[in-house]
Design a protein around this ligand. Structure first.
Ligand code: PLP
Length: 409
């Protein structure tokens, strides 16, 4: 998905790939430069294409497959639920056991103030629901996001996203939205009694895995408390162990009023959620009734899969091992062309000189059977977000391959 945004900086690359695009003539493109892998099977940390070539997956479908591909407990839960029932009714009307069980298990891992789950189909829809909830609860309409933030591709989510180039062709967007600089305490002054909510990622994913400085999130929390503004954490990319805790906000101890989840939430099935206090959530049920509705949100098969994935994360030592695996990447990714490694846990960004080097590295790695990617809003970094199940041997091979790629130009 990152690819399209870099197209104007990179037009020669698109021309080489026009053949590929014509192969996809019945599927809407998002860019002229899709990766174009033709994958027929995936297992563990590997993807297999139709000629049998295998690829080590260092991006997990953009932070989705945190347990790798085809994790048996997840596929069993899916099969079991398929045999029970698929869709029964729109959200909120029937008691559907997979939704109830999963919500209960999620809430058990969260502070008391986050005790009510609204499941959606996607991360973007979690953003939409959370934006509406913030407006409904506060009676205010100003919503603040951060520069270089990504919260989804719908018009609401784009309104609070922080990249003008991505948004401009779709204006007018939602009025009353504005951006502040991530990690700049000075900009907290823009949060006022008029602000309904601040949407923020506890690590900014598409900016290149940008970790906020000590005390920033706490200062933001304080300012939100002072102004009666809701603090919304987007953990769609950072959740479910990716940064070394089940949820990234647990590193700082700063608790949001609304937590948004997606990606790994569904264990590989489509699912999103926004989670808040029951009192806040109740406001969506009156004035107007049906204040937020969805047909498929919280699909029973997705909830069954997500619940199985959560159980695996909680029962295993995978999250505990994330810091060691992060350290292995740091130890082994030493190369004169690597200027820095950003991020936390297994959400990492390798910084090189420029976008040309990013592209060349990604392309070379792909040739050798290693999938990496770039970021939407950072032209100097290569994305690493492997399944948490990646082994030390696989990390060693991945690092060697990346260094070979860097040596190749
Ligand atoms: C931080 C963040 N928020 C929201 C979204 C949107 O999620 P989805 O693509 O499931 O709608 C993404 C997707 O990349 C994301 O990274």
């Amino acid at each position: 998905m990152a690819n399209s945004l870099h197209l104007p900086r990179n037009s020669h690359y698109s021309i080489r790939n026009t053949q590929l695009v014509s192969l996809r003539s019945h599927l809407a493109p998002t860019s002229l430069i899709p990766i174009g892998l033709d994958i027929v099977r995936a297992e563990g940390c590997y993807l297999y294409d139709k000629v049998g070539k295998k690829y080590l997956d260092l991006i997990s479908g953009i932070s989705v497959s945190n347990l790798g591909h085809g994790y048996p407990k997840i596929t069993e839960a899916i099969k079991h639920q398929v045999d029970q029932h698929l869709h029964l009714m729109v959200w909120g009307e029937y008691v559907q056991a997979p939704q109830v069980v999963f919500a209960k298990n999620l809430i058990a891992q969260l502070p008391n103030s986050l005790d009510c789950v609204y499941f959606t189909n996607s991360g973007t829809e979690a953003t939409e629901g959370a934006m509406k909830l913030a407006k409904r609860v506060t009676g205010r309409h100003e919503i603040i996001g951060c520069f270089n933030a990504y919260h989804g591709s719908s018009q609401g989510a784009l309104s609070i996203a922080g990249d003008e180039w991505l948004k401009n062709a779709f204006r007018p967007l939602i009025p009353g939205t504005r951006q502040i600089r991530y990690n700049h305490i000075a900009d907290l002054e823009y949060i006022t009694q008029h602000t309904a909510a601040v949407f923020i990622e506890p690590i900014q994913g598409e900016a290149g895995a940008l970790v906020p400085g000590n005390g920033y999130l706490a200062a933001l929390r304080k300012k939100c408390n002072e102004t009666g503004t809701l603090l919304v954490f987007d953990e769609i990319q950072t959740g479910f162990g990716r940064t070394g805790k089940l949820f990234c906000f647990q590193h700082s101890g700063v608790v949001p009023d609304i937590l948004m989840l997606g990606k790994a939430l569904g264990g590989g099935m489509p699912l999103g959620a926004f989670i808040a206090n029951q009192d806040l959530m109740n406001s969506l049920a009156h004035d107007p009734v049906l204040g937020h509705i969805t047909t498929f949100g919280g699909h029973p098969v997705s909830c069954a899969a997500g619940n199985a994935a959560l159980e695996v994360l909680l029962e295993s030592d995978l999250i505990e091992k994330v810091a060691e695996k992060e350290a292995s990447f740091h130890r082994q990714l030493i190369h004169k062309k690597i200027m820095a490694i950003h991020g936390q846990g297994l959400l990492l960004a390798i910084e090189v000189a420029d976008f040309e080097e990013v592209q060349q590295t990604i392309k070379y790695c792909l040739g050798l059977g290693l999938v990496t990617d770039w970021f939407l809003f950072n032209t100097h970094c290569i994305r690493l977000a492997p399944p948490l199940t990646i082994s030390e041997e696989e990390i060693a091979w991945a690092c060697e391959t990346i260094k070979k790629a860097l040596d190749s130009f």
